[in-house]
Design a protein around this ligand. Sequence first.
Ligand SMILES: NC(=O)c1ccc[n+]([C@@H]2O[C@H](COP(=O)([O-])OP(=O)(O)OC[C@H]3O[C@@H](n4cnc5c(N)ncnc54)[C@H](O)[C@@H]3O)[C@@H](O)[C@H]2O)c1
Ligand SMILES: [Zn+2]
Ligand SMILES: [Zn+2]
Length: 425
Amino acid sequence: MRALTWHATKDVRVIDVPDARILQPSDAVIRVTSAAICGSDLHLYDVFGPFLHRGDILGHETMGVVEAVGADVRRVAVGDRVVVPFVISCGSCYMCARGLTTQCETTQNREHGTGAALYGYTELYGQVPGGQAEYLRVRRVDANAIVVGNELPDERYLFLSDILPTAWQGFRYANVPAGGSIAVLGLGPVGQLVTRIARHHGVTVHAVDPVVERRLMAERYGATVYDLDREAGNEAGDEPDEHHAAGEGHDHDRDDVIGRRGRSELAELIRDATDGRGPDAVIDAVGLEAHGSPGTAFAQAAVGVLPDALAKPLMKRAGVDRLAALHFAIDLVRRGGTVSVSGVYAGNVDPMPMMTIFDKQITMRFGQCNVQHWVPELLPLAEGPADVLGLEDLVTHRVPLDRAPEMYEKFRDKEDGCIKVMLKP
Ligand SMILES: NC(=O)c1ccc[n+]([C@@H]2O[C@H](COP(=O)([O-])OP(=O)(O)OC[C@H]3O[C@@H](n4cnc5c(N)ncnc54)[C@H](O)[C@@H]3O)[C@@H](O)[C@H]2O)c1
Ligand SMILES: [Zn+2]
Ligand SMILES: [Zn+2]
C-alpha cells in the first residue's frame, strides 16, 4: 500500500510499504477515505526528528471503512464507516474510567515516561504506524473507533479524530464564565475551531495570528482579529514599524482592522476591549513554534541535524521551545483567569514567569486531548443539519495522498491560503 513516511527532518515521502493487517484479535483494518495533516505533524516534520525513524508512517487524523476485523471485535463490523481517535486507549483502566484516555494505563509508554500511545507520533508515543496511508491498522478498535452514518461528507466527521475534541477540550478547560471573553492565540485549524466553539457558547473572542487568511476566516465566525508582528515590538515600550502601525501593505484596506503590532501593544488593545482587565481565559493554540526567534530557529535546526544520541537529550532536557505564545497568554489573561494550552509543548527547563503566574492567580491547564471522552457530546454537533461549527468550511486543500509531501511544505509555510489539508488516498 502507499503511505506517507518520514525520512529525515523536512523530508517525507509517499512510498510503497507492506499492507496494514490484523495482528491482534482486537484490531481492525480500515481503507482510509480521508486523512488530514495536523499542526502536530509539522512538529514531527521540523523538530522531533530525533524521535522518529526512517520509514515511520505519519498521520493521526484518519477515517475510513472497515475492511477486516480481528476475532475479538464485537462493536464494529466490516463495512462500517469509522473515525479513528488519535489517542489509543483501553477504555477500561483507572484513567480511561475517569475520561483521561491520554493517560491510559494500558497503553502508556512507560519506557519513555509518556502517556497513551498515539498514531503516527514518534517512539515517545509507541511508534504506531499512522493513517496518512491507503490502509490503517486500528488498534483496540472496540474501545476507540467512532462509528458514524453514511449520509454526510467526511468533512463532518474527520475532525472528531483530533482537532474538534482538542478545540472543545481547550474551551472546556478554559472555564469561561457565561457571557465572558477569551483570547485565542493561533488561528490554525485548532484555533479556528476554538473560535467557533466559543462563539457557539456566546463567548466574545479576541483572536491573534500573523497570517491574514486565517484571521479572515476567524473573523467570518465572529472573532475580533489581531495581526501579530513576531519580530518587532514584543517588549513593553517597543514601537512597531511605521508602515506596520499604519496598517499599510497588509491584508485589507479597511480602517477597522487591527494592524500588525507587537505583543505588548496587542495586550493593551485586548485589555482595552475587556474593561481593562484582559480576557477571562486565553487559549494557546500555537504550541512550540517551529519558526520564530533566531535563537530558537538555531536550536531547532541543530536538533534537526545532530546525531540522535546528542539531539534526544538536548530536546528532552534543554528543550527547544519557543514559549512566546505561552508567555503572551500569561501576560494577557485577566487576574484570576485561566490559560488553557492546546498547543503542544516539549522541553523541561524553559523558564516560566512564576512570579506572574503566582501573583495573578492564574489557573493553567494543559494536555493532549482525551478524544474519546468528548465524542458523545460532540457527535450531535458534528452531524446536526445546521453544521453550526462550519465543519464543511475548514478544509482549504483536498489532494491525493501522493501530493502529501508538497502539502506538508505548503501547510507549514502557510502558502496558497493553506489552512487545512485533507488527503484522499
Ligand atoms: N493537545 C492536543 O491534543 C493537540 C491536538 C492537535 C493539535 N495540537 C497542537 O495545537 C497547535 C495548533 O495546531 P494547528 O493544527 O492549528 O497548527 P498550525 O501550525 O496550523 O497553527 C498554529 C498557528 O499559530 C500561529 N502562530 C505562530 N506563532 C504565533 C504567536 N506567537 N501568536 C499567535 N499565533 C501564532 C501560526 O500562524 C498558525 O496559524 C499545535 O501546536 C499542535 O501540535 C494539540
Ligand atoms: Zn493532531
Ligand atoms: Zn485505559
